[in-house]
Design a protein around this ligand. Sequence first.
Ligand SMILES: [Zn+2]
Ligand SMILES: [Zn+2]
Length: 293
Amino acid sequence: MQVIEHPVERLHTALLSTRKDLIKTFQKFSRAEKTLLEDGLLPGNSLFSPITIHSDSDWIPSHPEDPQDFQSFYINPYRRSPKRGHKTIYIQTIGELLNFLKQIKPSDAFCIVGITMIDLYPKESWNFVFGQASLTKGMGVFSFARYDDHFYERSYTGRLKKKIELKQGDYSVFENYYTPPITSVLLLRSCKTLTHEIGHIFGMEHCQWLNCVMQGSNHLQESDRRTLVLCPICLRKLQSAIGFKIADRYKALLHWIEDGADSNGQHSKPTQAFQEYKDWFYKCLRILESDTS
Ligand SMILES: [Zn+2]
Ligand SMILES: [Zn+2]
């Protein structure tokens, strides 16, 4: 295993940039927000950890690319920010992929992301597995079927047993199609993918700074190792696109995880796998709420 440890100075420049105006806008973060973001770059801090490489098949060794710091994100011509009247991120569940694609993106959408539990890899010749996104059009389609722990077993039910010739426009094969049970692990994997892909729609590239949901991932083990949250550098990128108090973002994410729990702690959605992130958000909120400015 190899640990990617950037010098703190380099991470700090990646977060703040070298441009005076961008360093100045960084000062708009509250004192506690700056503490969270800057202390998160220090080796051995308790919130953000370095990226670890476990084999040559991991993303970084197999996809050499320049790392994107805040400044290069900011000047990227493909960077997208929500605009007046185009602020909503639509997440649309789809049973039938192609029917979905016929739908037109709502006029107030920032982007629309279709999600399905049906495997989107019906033929060997198809070159995508988990999904596909058109970054410039603000659209994406993702399947979470392969996040089922049993997907790769021979007995997996959601696989066509024999080759079926599909007539154009006939999607009846998808009717009553098997979809895997929603476990908390599957939900966590799906949340990571959606956050990552929507991050790309904003113009964020793969993160090579710290362990981060924007890290590239080549296989399921690698995405399972990847965290659900943004590192300080990517968090600043998203913050500059949408504008939010970091504490408000973490509270909203906590609310989503905890929403629907009854007095026995039973959830309407399975969230056991999110426990470490719940603890993490509370830890961050303790830092952020120490702020009086
Ligand atoms: Zn990616
Ligand atoms: Zn990052």
